[in-house]
Design a protein around this ligand. Structure first.
Ligand code: GLU
Length: 395
């Protein structure tokens, strides 16, 4: 049965029944109430994780990414009449350091009541950037999951400086979907699901039950441009879902504060009826895992603008990017850096540059023999080789 004609409800029920490794992300607004962490919500979520782990023919592996350190920290400090502002970077880091202990304690207690043992994993983006460190982190997750332990992950806010940040936990979660080989991504949010139009301009827009092709979705238009610069929000959830879809993993975006919502979906999916939240279908053709890691492990260090001919070769002919097609270079990147490839302001994709920014500025627009005359013979013919490029990157 081809992807196009397979009914998404049937696909959803199959995925939910067969998923073996599930990555669940819960947002700050889900776990926090008006006075810090909401014990009732955490307790209910823990119960659902226990059911999720024990469901199906064999027990499932669950990885939890939980936000809430900053909001828990604020509540602790306010309780003790201490300053609780978390506006600048250092303030945020300090408040997160106060709150992370509370957050993990709350999860450990809530999960312990259902017989689950938790482990705290705090990551910075740098931990996943070098392939060897990525593999070490992956081994640690495998060991925890083999022992039946529930990893509770958050960004290591206390030491994450701006350039090493994931930016938000949706981004972190999407990278862990790849690292942990998850086959289902559940993103629990304070919203009821993905709305069919920007609520800023179309109040009352209904929740979309399914997103067929998240790669083709106008995410900025749907979420309103305001959310583009902020962290969190539906924009970052859809970008994370798009990444997961690229490696063939579906995303379920659920209203996380609704009691038993995940259990309801798991129980109801087989009947194929209307369920809470939004189902984001996986892409029909998954990209290689190495390309995923290459494209998303770090933010692009520069921008390479290409001409019409090069854009055409990349998009329609399966070509690599050659020096002759480069028109402009922004940034000061090194050889091997990840760069954004654009044409007339629109993103084409990302890839690893064989040249430094300074070299590229000297050879852009030139033919191979002209490049050799400037930089010598032993040069790469391509600026970015096709194998080191991901078109349509969700960045
Ligand atoms: N790491 C932050 C926290 O725990 C949250 C980041 C996010 O939700 O995107 O407070």
């Amino acid at each position: 049965m081809t992807h196009a004609i397979q009914d998404w409800r049937e696909e959803r029920s199959q995925h939910l029944a067969n998923a073996r490794t599930v990555l669940v992300k819960v947002g700050s607004a889900v776990v926090s109430g008006s006075h810090g962490l909401d014990g009732e919500v955490l307790g209910n979520l823990a119960r659902q994780f226990a059911l999720l782990r024990n469901g199906g023919d064999a027990s499932r592996r669950v990885i939890l990414v939980s936000s809430g350190a900053v909001s828990a920290g604020r509540a602790v400090l306010a309780e003790r009449n201490m300053p609780s502002d978390a506006v600048g970077l250092a303030q945020r880091q300090a408040v997160a350091a106060v709150g992370q202990g509370r957050l993990i304690l709350a999860w450990d207690e809530a999960c312990g009541r259902h017989g689950m043992t938790t482990a705290q994993v705090l990551l910075t983006r740098d931990d996943l950037r070098a392939r060897s460190r990525f593999l070490h982190v992956r081994n640690t997750f495998a060991e925890l999951l083999d022992r039946g332990i529930l990893p509770v992950v958050n960004e290591n806010d206390t030491v994450s400086v701006e350039e090493l940040r994931f930016g938000d936990n949706d981004c972190l979660a999407s990278l862990l979907v790849n690292l942990c080989n998850a086959d289902l991504f559940v993103n629990m949010t304070s919203a009821s699901g993905v709305l069919a139009a920007d609520p800023g301009t179309s109040p009352g827009a209904p929740v979309m039950e399914c997103i067929e092709d998240v790669g083709a979705l106008d995410i900025a238009g749907l979420c309103g441009s305001k959310t583009l610069s902020g962290t969190g929000g539906m924009h970052s959830k859809l970008m994370a879902a798009r990444r997961a879809a690229q490696i063939g993993v579906p995303t379920l975006i659920l209203p996380g504060r609704e009691p038993d919502v995940l259990s309801t979906v798991l129980a109801g999916a087989a009947e194929g009826g209307k369920l809470p939240g939004t189902w984001v279908r996986p892409a029909a053709h998954a990209i290689p895992r190495r390309k995923f890691w290459m494209a998303y492990q770090t933010d692009p260090a520069g921008v390479v603008s290409v001409d019409e001919g090069a854009a055409n070769a990349l998009l329609h002919k399966g070509g690599s990017l050659l020096p002759g097609g480069v028109r402009q270079v922004e940034g000061n990147f090194q050889q091997g850096a990840l760069v954004r490839i654009v044409h007339e302001g629109g993103n084409l994709g990302v890839g690893l540059s064989n040249y430094t920014a300074a070299q590229l500025r000297r050879i852009m627009g030139l033919k191979r023999h002209q490049v050799a005359a400037i930089l010598g013979d032993a040069q790469y013919p391509e600026v970015v080789h096709r194998d080191n490029m991901l078109l349509d990157a969700a960045i």
